[in-house]
Design a protein around this ligand. Structure first.
Ligand code: NAP
Length: 287
């Protein structure tokens, strides 16, 4: 069994550490706020005194909210203290620019760096059913396969420079956002014409649009159940804006982007920031 470290114990990080512990790996943990650390120490994790100390305890996996969190946690002082043989696997969904900067800063500090963002919700993490989108040095990816195969059903090699994993993840989330909006519009249209949404959901998911997005999020939308939030609307908004920035950078116009950005902003203004991102469907429903 491997020994790894983990920084960032939010909805995803906590579930990933639970999975690693349940499968017999040794895990040293750190989080900005201590409650999540206490919870995992009670399950057998070791507590790290600082982020820099994580590197001494094994390859560091991180699952932090956004660009700002990753930059704050892995600042220059931490990288300088980490030692030259350290490895950092950044699993957060962050921007392409932040991904590039992180890779450069780690290289300068002599620390191995992979970007391995994931597909799947906390429940998939806990069941070891994530899909891992890996980019970076293939030898380092290979060496971590025992850990990756505990967390996920498959490790997809999506590029050589780490930032390519970041753009693939951003793309996958843009597709989910389109599916959420498609369901919002489709279900609302049919409901307002007197169609039973449960029956419609069964029809959709057994014929045209099978798979976890239409099944899982479709059920949440039909039932109007957005708590507990597996993935919060504010984080979905973050990812939508990462896609907008990545498109802007190459001069690509995404025609539906302004409408989707308005929808997320309205959902947040209407109190859905900390509900599951499927709750953006309520914007059309209430409109
Ligand atoms: P979350 O529950 O909001 O947790 C965010 C984590 O980031 C917490 O550990 C939080 O620490 C930490 N954090 C935020 N700002 C920080 C800062 N300035 N300094 C230090 N730590 C900071 O989010 P999540 O759902 O676990 O998502 C984490 C990442 O995974 C995100 O990039 C998200 O896009 C990605 N992701 C999520 C899902 C999902 O379904 N949830 C699926 C795939 C990918 P505190 O506990 O102290 O607040």
């Amino acid at each position: 069994m491997a020994r790894v470290s983990f920084a960032g114990l939010g909805n995803m990080g906590k579930s990933m550490v639970r999975r690693l512990l349940a499968e017999g790996h040794g895990v040293t943990v750190w989080n900005r706020s201590p409650a999540a650390v206490d919870e995992l120490v009670a399950l057998g994790a070791e507590r790290a005194a600082s982020v820099a100390d994580l590197f001494a305890a094994g390859p560091v996996l991180s699952m932090l909210a956004d660009d700002a969190a990753v930059a704050a946690v892995f600042d220059d002082a931490v990288l300088a203290a980490a030692g030259r043989d350290g490895i950092h696997v950044s699993m957060s969904t962050i921007s392409v620019d932040a991904g590039r900067v992180m890779a450069e800063r780690h290289e300068a500090a002599g620390i191995g760096y992979l970007a391995v963002p994931v597909l799947g919700r906390p429940s998939a993490a806990e069941a070891g059913q994530l899909n891992l989108l890996a980019a970076g040095d293939s030898g380092v990816i290979e060496s971590l396969e025992p850990v990756f195969s505990t967390l996920g059903r498959r490790t997809w090699r999506v590029g050589e420079p780490p930032w390519q994993a970041n753009i693939v993840k951003i793309t996958m989330n843009l597709l989910i956002i389109h599916a959420l909006e498609a369901m919002a519009e489709g279900f609302t249209l049919a409901e307002r014409h007197g169609i039973d949404p449960h029956q419609l959901h069964e029809l959709i998911t057994e014929t045209l649009l099978t798979g976890p997005v239409y099944e899982g999020y479709g059920k949440a939308i039909v039932d109007r159940e957005y708590l507990p939030a597996g993935f919060r609307t504010v984080l979905g908004d973050k990812d939508l804006n990462l896609a907008a920035a990545a498109a802007d950078k190459i001069g690509l116009e995404l025609p539906t982007m302004p409408a989707l950005q308005r929808t997320f902003q309205t959902a947040i203004d209407q109190g859905m920031a900390d509900r599951d991102w499927a709750s953006i469907a309520e914007v059309v429903r209430r409109g």
